[in-house]
Design a protein around this ligand. Structure first.
Ligand SMILES: [Mn+2]
Length: 324
């Protein structure tokens, strides 16, 4: 693991690369979450305000979950097809591996300089400059430090995006990662007129009625394996079709299921339109789910991890239970 000093050196190297670039190209992982989008857009806004030529994108499917739609700057992001094929300087955010960059992986490989900004312990260090600190509560924390190293000021839109990154990855300041430094950063950010309550409702609470009815269905058939302290459920294409919702809307479902008192490990499986199953795992800390996810070709953190599979859902669940 990098020491703090090592991370500082890497941040300085990243800042130097960005300062010397004609154009800076930013991207985050496929199916971006609040930290991925917030980190990417946070730096995007600051560089743009400084007059830099900056491009931001994320992989196909080029669509964000509804609860992120209030993040400023989403409309300025370009689809992967419009992203430079051979970036001079490219930076990726919250992305643990090239595979998680989807169709932007080729652009990353072709970049002259590739800066990887991330806090996943499983990060594969695929950049030429790797700014990786597993102790950071969010990738957004590292972006704030990078902005400092660039000698640039935060803007209001950057602050909103970085606040979203922080609040999403700390589970609204509830996870173990919520240190005094996290509150210090939150305090700095909310000085910039961040709409705290509206953002909180759109990020975490508000759903279409149709989605709540889907949740009722999938919670009803959730299975609790008491001896393994394991609870799981699945959302299939049939479910989303029946309720008229999109699979992206179900991103927060695991946060409801993980409230199960009897469960140490929680699992939600989501069947994508192409048949690929996205598997999300959460633990309370006795089980390191990043190890479990890595056994299936995925990655993540001790408490939150995931992987993709093309196996049938019952087989995936059986394999997870064998691992537990
Ligand atoms: Mn993150």
């Amino acid at each position: 693991m990098s020491t703090t000093t090592g991370v500082d050196d890497d941040i300085r190297a990243a800042a130097t690369a960005i300062e010397g670039a004609e154009q800076v190209c930013l991207a985050c992982h496929v199916h971006p979450d609040g930290d991925a989008l917030g980190s990417t857009l946070g730096l995007f806004h600051v560089l743009r305000a400084a007059g830099a030529d900056v491009v931001a994108s994320f992989p196909h499917p080029f669509l964000v979950a509804p609860h992120y739609r209030e993040l400023p700057g989403l409309d300025l992001m370009v689809p992967p097809a419009s992203f430079p094929e051979h970036p001079e300087v490219m930076a990726t955010f919250d992305c643990g591996s090239l595979a998680r960059l989807g169709d932007l992986g080729a652009n990353a490989k072709a970049a002259d300089t590739l800066i990887v900004v991330d806090h996943h312990v499983s990060n594969e260090r695929y950049g030429t400059i790797n700014v990786i600190d597993p102790a950071a509560a969010a990738s957004g924390v590292l972006v704030r430090r990078l902005i400092g190293a660039l000698g640039l000021e935060l803007t209001r839109d950057a602050a909103v995006c970085l606040y979203a990154a922080l609040v999403c990855d700390t589970g609204r300041f509830q996870y173990d990662t919520t240190t005094p430094a996290v509150f210090d950063l939150a305090s700095e950010l909310v000085e910039f007129d961040v709409p705290v309550s509206r953002l909180s409702r759109s990020l975490f609470e508000e759903h279409r009625f149709e989605y709540l009815q889907l949740v009722a269905d999938v919670l009803h058939r959730a299975e609790l394996c008491r001896e393994q302290r394991f609870v799981w459920t699945a959302v299939t294409q049939a479910d989303v079709a029946r309720h008229g919702v999109t699979i992206d809307e179900a991103e927060g479902l695991i946060d409801i299921l993980r409230r199960t008192a009897e469960a140490e490990v929680t699992c939600v499986l989501k069947e994508e339109a192409d048949g690929v199953v996205r598997v999300s795992l959460r633990s309370l800390g006795d089980v390191d789910v990043s190890v479990l996810a890595q056994d299936f070709g995925g990655g993540g953190h001790k408490f939150a991890a995931g992987f993709n599979s093309s196996q049938p859902i019952p087989e995936i669940v059986a394999r997870i239970r064998t691992h537990l």
